[in-house]
Ligand binder design. Sequence first.
Ligand code: COA
Length: 260
Amino acid sequence: MKFKYLIHEQRDLISVVYINRIKKLNSLNIGILEEINHLFKILKKDNSTRIIIITGKGDKAFVAGADISEFSNFKSKEGFNLSMKGQNEVFNFIETLNKPVIAAINGYALGGGLELALSCHIRIASKNSKMGLPETSLGIIPGYGGTQRLAQIVGRGIANEMILTADFIDADRALAIGLVSKVVSSEELIDSAIKMSKKILTNSPFAISKAIKAINFGFNHNKNGLKNEIKLFSECFDSEDFNEGTNAFIDKRKPKFKGR
Ligand code: COA
């Protein structure tokens, strides 16, 4: 199977999926999201895959966010569709997959990149990782489930702090707040994810799929939160602040927000 942006390696019953757009720090363009959707649908049914590890190619980034250049001209309607399609076809799809997905975070996991990791069932990170949801610095909010899943995983207070300050945190802080369950060196990251996968492989696949379903069941009330996130995310696209925030990123300057 050949993809433009993904590299897929099969290691016994473990699928390792690399996002490969190194020059743009693996930022998620539409092509990557479509390929993830396509590949994960195949892996869901593939009996030779029982666990999936997702990571970024290169030594700098897992994923540095959604591709800002792709949505900088969007208005609320396109913003709504971007968020809804992404949530349905990638982020919610991964979270509700019948097989465990481990995010091996190897560097920047920002915006849509952290949201991708948050959709996975387990997160481990390399020591050089930096994580954050910096969308408010661009004049938008997280739109791929970040407002809901970050709060579920680290609690509301720290989620508020991370989203409102737009700050990045390092791997040790991510471990301390429970955002990741393990921190290892960059060299050890994939081996460590494989080791964890092998442990999981000793357990019943049937029970594992039921456990994922049961754990997700406890958070079902957040479905409304996800829907509201799409609406609120899309509303940001009609603001002056959004134009200023995304243009400032593209022009490599600091934004001057006006609050409208
Ligand atoms: N969307 C589009 N392009 C991105 C991107 C994104 N989210 N993140 C990085 N890139 C591109 C840069 O524009 C740059 O492209 P260029 O070489 O053609 O100019 C390239 O990737 C390398 O990034 P650069 O900014 O030069 O690297 P850096 O080491 O100086 O900074 C970051 C790294 C991650 C701090 C910085 O790239 C960044 O802030 N990215 C955006 C993060 C973000 O806001 N994500 C949320 C989006 S919703």
